[in-house]
Each structure stands twice: as structure tokens, then as C-alpha cells.
Design a protein around this ligand. Structure first.
Ligand code: UDP
Length: 402
């Protein structure tokens, strides 16, 4: 198949870990790579955010990346990109009129808007993955939500106009159903993990007990709750990976906020903020962990818990979104309610005191990651969705020719 992916803000070749670059970049890169290795011709259309980068280039993994001129060729926060989507859509329409893809897969709501507007007149089927939903963000972030006002209504509209939606977890299906999406129009295909790269490695055996948190440093990731729990975990160390590059950490307002909080609780000297780490180096980070902690307030999917599981580490997570599917409590880790640093501290204290349970959870995590979440499998399931959509769109045309 000739597959066009649209990922307006998340460049699969971009650096990951900053405020707007995380799971979607990793997801699009891995999916494109695995679909390309299955013999498909994949092009990812992403916004040009760097004047120096080539318009079209082939990624080492065999897919093409096309940088779309829409807005200034510099970094722009994703919540300020909406006004440039009309230009983005015009570019896609011209490209697809010249070189028609068999299927378009849009990632995130703005990509969906641009993709449907370009693909509609050309009768190209569109598959949508939201990655995150405006209604959920508004529910949790209220007045702090900086999404454009149009977001929720565009998402509802997409539920009507796209040919199929891929949800990444069961919780998202429930949200989409509430937004009016018919059950027949949604399939669950989770995010994946590269199990060849994320493999179990021995703990350094340095006599330290260490918690590891990995993720973008935004409030809703719940890092402050982990920092608060540290006050109840004497002797335990915490490594926080993510956020800006190491040399600009001190200037980051979220790091400053978390450091102040830790200092007030007397635990700052046991907490290290490391800054962002390239994706290839993360297995070495997980190897340092006795327990990986992921306690977001909400989470559309959460690739980090999966990566930690593949690395054989027990995960203590919050019982939200995709973590409800990935983490099996009492088997691969524990689930606790979000924003409960008191329960987090108790859960972590128990688990840190029980090496056998940690080892059993770690082994079960590896098994689960391999059984359900290998990118090869995720790409094959995604390909199935494309095939069904392409067939259902071409069936009426074939019928008319008879
Ligand atoms: N990540 C990374 N380096 C960092 C921080 C995060 O490579 O310093 C990666 C992480 O390994 C994961 C992704 O970014 O693959 C984050 O995805 P997740 O779904 O956990 O969260 P999101 O960023 O989508 O909210």
C-alpha cells in the first residue's frame, strides 16, 4: 500500500522529551518503520520547524519524511499551530492530487482536520488516531488547558467524517463513544515497544534503591506526586529523566517548581533531574531502576510503562487511561489512584521491601510486552485496519462498475 501519515507537530525524526515531543513522535516513527519493513511505501508529512532541514528525506528505517511548509520554519508550541493548518491542508491536497496514496493515517486532531480536508475531494480513505482528546484535557486541566477553542468540536466532527478511528486503549473507546463515534468505526490497536532495544539488563547492584520517572516534564505527568512521596521514603533515590536538555534544566519552570517542593520536604539531595535522554539510551536508564513510577493525572496511552516492562522493571502507575490496559496489578506492577502521593508512598515502600515480588513483576512485564505490544504486531494490526478501510471504500465503486 501507498500510505500517507500526517503528524503535524510530531516529527518522527525529531528529538524526544521536550514539552511537545513525546509518545506521538516515537509512535509515528516506529509505526512508519515497521510498515515500511512490511513492504509498504510510507511517507510521513510533518510541519517544517527548521529552515535548514531537507523538504523530503528518507529515514534510515526506510520511510520518507516530507516537511510541509506551514507557518514559520521554526519551533512553534503545538497549541499555536491551528492557524497554519489550512496551509498544511492545501499542501497535502496538491501532493496527493499528484501522487495519490491508498490510505491516509492522521495522528492528532489538527492532522485529522488537514488530512480530511485534503483527502475528502480525492476520495482517499482516512484513518484517525487522536493520541489525546480535547474533552479529557479540558476535564483535567480546566482553565490551564491552552488548546485552541475549536479542538473539541473538530474532534467531534472527525468522529463523523473519518473512515475509521484507531484508539490506543479501551478507556479511549469509551470517551469516543461519548463523542458520538459508532462502535463499528473504532478499533483498538495499542502503542508498541521495541523489544529488541528495550531488554532486561541487570540492576547496577550499587546498594542503592532507586525509583525512575521518565517523561515530558508537564504538570499532568504527576512528577510532583512522586517528589511528595519521596519524603516518606527515607534512603530511596529518585532519578527524573525528561524535560529540556541537561544544560538548560536550571531555567525550566517545572524543574524549579519540583526542586522547591523537594527542598521544602527535605528530600532534594536524593532527587536527580537528568534532563532529556535520547530514546536509544533509555534502556540504560531503566536498568538503574528498582521500580519505575508513572503516575500521570490522565494518560491517553503511556509508552513509558511499556518500555519499563520490556526492560523487566516493575511499574507503579496511576489507574488512568492506557495504564489500565498495560499494567496488570499484582502481576506486572501496581495501580493506584492518580494524585495520591500518600498511597504512592505506601505502595512503593512495600514493593521496595520485597525483592522477590519486584523480580516476579519484572519477569511478567517482559512476557506481557512481548506477547501483546511488539511493534511488529502493532504494525500488522494497523495494516489490517487500513486494508479493511480501503476495501470498504472501494467496494461501492466496484459495485457501480458491475
Ligand atoms: N522519551 C525519550 N526521552 C526522554 C523522555 C521521554 O525518549 O528524555 C520517550 C519515552 O521513552 C517514550 C516517549 O518519549 O517513548 C513518551 O511517550 P509516553 O506515551 O510515555 O508519553 P507522552 O510524551 O506521549 O505523553
Amino acid at each position: 500500500m501507498r500510505i500517507a501519515m500526517v503528524s503535524e507537530h510530531a516529527d518522527p525524526l525529531g528529538a524526544v522529551g521536550g514539552v511537545d515531543a513525546g509518545g506521538q513522535n516515537v509512535h509515528v516513527a516506529a509505526l512508519a518503520a515497521h510498515l515500511a519493513s512490511r513492504g509498504h511505501e510510507v511517507t510521513v508529512f510533518t510541519r517544517r520547524d527548521d529552515a535548514a532541514v531537507a523538504t523530503r528525506l528518507r529515514a534510515p528505517d526506510g520511510y520518507l519524511v516530507e516537511h510541509v511548509p506551514a507557518g514559520p520554519p521554526s519551533e512553534v508550541p503545538k497549541d499555536e499551530l491551528w492557524p497554519f493548518m489550512a496551509d498544511f491542508a492545501r499542501y497535502l491536497a496538491a501532493r496527493w492530487a499528484a501522487e495519490r496514496p491508498d490510505v491516509v493515517h492522521a495522528h492528532f486532531w489538527m492532522s485529522g482536520a488537514a488530512a480530511t480536508s485534503a483527502a475528502g475531494p480525492l476520495d482517499i480513505p482516512v484513518v484517525q488516531t487522536f493520541h489525546a482528546l480535547g474533552t479529557v484535557k479540558r476535564r483535567y486541566q480546566g482553565a490551564h488547558d491552552t488548546s485552541p477553542l475549536a479542538r473539541t468540536s473538530v474532534e467531534r466532527e472527525l468522529c463523523r467524517t473519518v473512515d475509521h478511528v484507531i484508539a490506543t486503549c479501551s478507556d479511549e473507546v469509551a470517551e469516543l463513544r461519548r463523542a458520538g463515534l459508532p462502535r463499528a468505526k473504532v478499533s483498538v490497536v495499542p502503542c508498541g515497544v521495541d523489544v529488541a532495544r528495550f531488554t532486561p539488563a541487570p540492576h547496577p547492584g550499587d546498594g542503592k534503591q532507586r525509583l525512575v520517572v521518565v517523561g515530558r516534564l508537564v504538570e499532568r505527568k504527576g512528577v510532583a506526586d512522586v517528589v511528595d512521596a519521596m519524603a516518606e521514603l527515607p534512603g530511596v533515590e529518585l532519578l527524573v529523566v525528561g524535560g529540556p536538555a541537561r544544560d538548560s534544566l536550571a531555567l525550566d519552570p517545572e524543574v524549579q517548581r519540583l526542586r522547591r517542593r523537594a527542598a521544602a520536604a527535605g528530600s532534594l539531595q536524593r532527587i536527580e533531574f537528568f534532563g532529556r535522554v535520547c530514546h536509544d539510551s533509555l534502556p540504560a536508564v531503566f536498568a538503574l531502576a528498582d521500580v519505575v513510577v508513572a503516575v500521570p493525572w490522565y494518560e491517553p496511552f503511556g509508552i513509558v510503562p511499556l518500555e519499563a516492562m520490556a526492560c523487566g522493571r516493575p511499574v507503579v502507575g496511576s489507574a488512568v487511561g492506557g495504564l489500565l490496559d498495560t499494567i496488570l496489578p499484582g502481576v506486572t506492577g501496581e495501580l493506584i489512584p492518580a494524585r495520591r502521593s500518600d498511597l504512592l508512598a505506601i505502595t512503593l515502600r512495600d514493593l521496595l521491601a520485597d525483592g522477590r515480588r519486584r523480580a516476579a513483576y519484572g519477569a511478567a512485564g517482559v512476557h506481557r510486552a512481548h506477547q501483546h505490544y511488539r511493534w511488529e504486531q502493532v504494525a500488522a494490526e494497523t495494516e489490517d485496519v487500513y486494508t479493511r478501510v480501503v476495501e470498504s471504500v472501494s467496494a461501492p465503486a466496484a459495485e457501480a462498475l458491475r
